[in-house]
Design a protein around this ligand. Structure first.
Ligand SMILES: *Cc1c(COP(=O)(O)O)cnc(C)c1O
Length: 369
């Protein structure tokens, strides 16, 4: 990584390749691999990440919304793309860009059928989502008859897969609940095969699912966070490599006297003589206010510097007392050498949130060697 002059998110495609191979090694070579690239590829660079995953041979990509899929098609991504959370207002655009919807409710199924019929589509690939316990999106177990009724004698749609999502795949204390979800999904899949007269391929596991329930990999798995270097468990994290590394620089140093305050609303009060550094990084860049007031730290020349006071929109102040540093020095926020998971956990959140929050304003630099 070259010396930087401003806040920069380094995106390491070699780390992505490593994580892809590691996760693939945990599943059967015949099992398909869907790479989740929603939310700007978890805050990285969606286009660069998707291109890399396509070149590595990912079987499927997934996005949350239609617009994200359109962006990928517009840069020439050819891999099949599953849209996890389509809305009727975007159906036309979805079809125009050969994006495959998750159909998750009777209403969405009817509305998509209607659009498909108006557009005179035949065998348009769709994926049916079943709710087995997360209670977020999905048909219920007893909706299979309804789905059959709707699709009977029609050739507009081709149900190529059915899927579900685990509610607590990373939590070993919820093994019984997860096993129950898996059993329910198996039951649903038998019923679907019977009633639809063909067997769509099946998928249920996210990253932690792949690691904790490999026996439930069915014909495909869906991984997001693991590809980006985090696995919701220290043992897993040690095998993965962070793709995103956020760095910044020191803008200005300050000498603070005892009983002075730092930042808005004066939440930091100095007890003694302190040295602080101001960094060009704030909540508008994705470092939210929950990370301030001593909750988390950054690293400067190998030493920990806590974020003090309230996080501002475009700046944070860190306590660098005793650290040999000056304006212009590099600051490591998280990534290679400083886990984003640990950074997030210190502020009561998770790697997913801190990664996806990094705003488009932050310079991205791709590393591919
Ligand atoms: C986001 C998402 C995933 C990816 O989960 P990770 O924990 O990041 O691997 C998989 N499936 C669905 C339905 C999702 O919404």
């Amino acid at each position: 990584m070259d010396k930087i002059g401003e806040t920069t998110l380094f995106i390491n495609l070699k780390a992505l390749e490593h994580n892809f191979s590691y996760l693939k090694s945990k599943i059967d070579p015949k099992t398909k691999f869907l790479a989740v690239v929603k939310a700007f590829a978890y805050g990285n660079d969606m286009v660069e990440i998707a291109k890399k995953l396509e070149s590595l041979g990912a079987d499927y990509l997934a996005v949350a919304y239609v617009k994200e899929g359109v962006l990928l098609r517009n840069v020439g991504i050819k891999t099949p793309i599953l849209v996890l959370h389509p809305l009727p207002t975007n159906f036309e655009e979805m079809i125009d860009h050969a994006l495959e919807p998750s159909l998750y409710s009777p209403k969405i199924l009817r509305q998509f059928l209607e659009t498909a019929s108006q557009r005179q589509l035949t065998d348009y690939p769709v994926h049916i989502k079943f709710n087995t316990g997360l209670n977020r999106l999905g048909f219920w177990e007893n909706d299979v008859d309804y789905i059959q009724e709707q699709l009977q004698g029609k050739n507009e749609l081709n149900v190529i897969s059915i899927f579900s999502h685990l509610a607590a795949s990373e939590d070993r204390n919820e093994k019984d609940f997860s096993q129950n979800q898996i059993n329910t999904f198996e039951k649903i899949s038998r019923e679907v095969s019977e009633k639809l007269d063909h067997s769509p391929f099946r998928h249920m596991l996210n990253t932690s699912g792949i690691l904790n329930y490999p026996e439930a990999q069915f014909e495909m798995v869906r991984s997001g966070i693991g590809l980006y270097g985090y696995g919701n468990h220290a043992n897993v994290d040690s095998k993965l490599q962070p793709v995103a590394t956020l760095k910044t620089v020191i803008s200005q140093m300050h000498k603070i006297e005892p009983n002075e305050s730092v930042g808005y609303n004066r939440t930091y009060q100095s007890k003694g003589f302190r040295t602080t550094a101001t960094l060009p990084l704030g909540h508008a860049d994705g470092i939210g206010r929950q990370y301030g007031n001593g909750k988390t730290h950054v690293s400067i020349n190998g030493k920990k510097a806590p974020i003090i006071g309230n996080v501002c929109m475009d700046m944070i102040m860190v306590d660098v007392t005793g650290i040999d540093c000056k304006a212009g020095d590099e600051v490591l926020v998280f990534g290679q050498g400083a886990s984003a998971e640990a950074f997030a956990n210190a502020a009561n959140t998770i790697s997913y949130e801190v990664l996806t929050a990094i705003s488009p304003r932050v310079e991205r630099v791709i590393i591919n060697a």
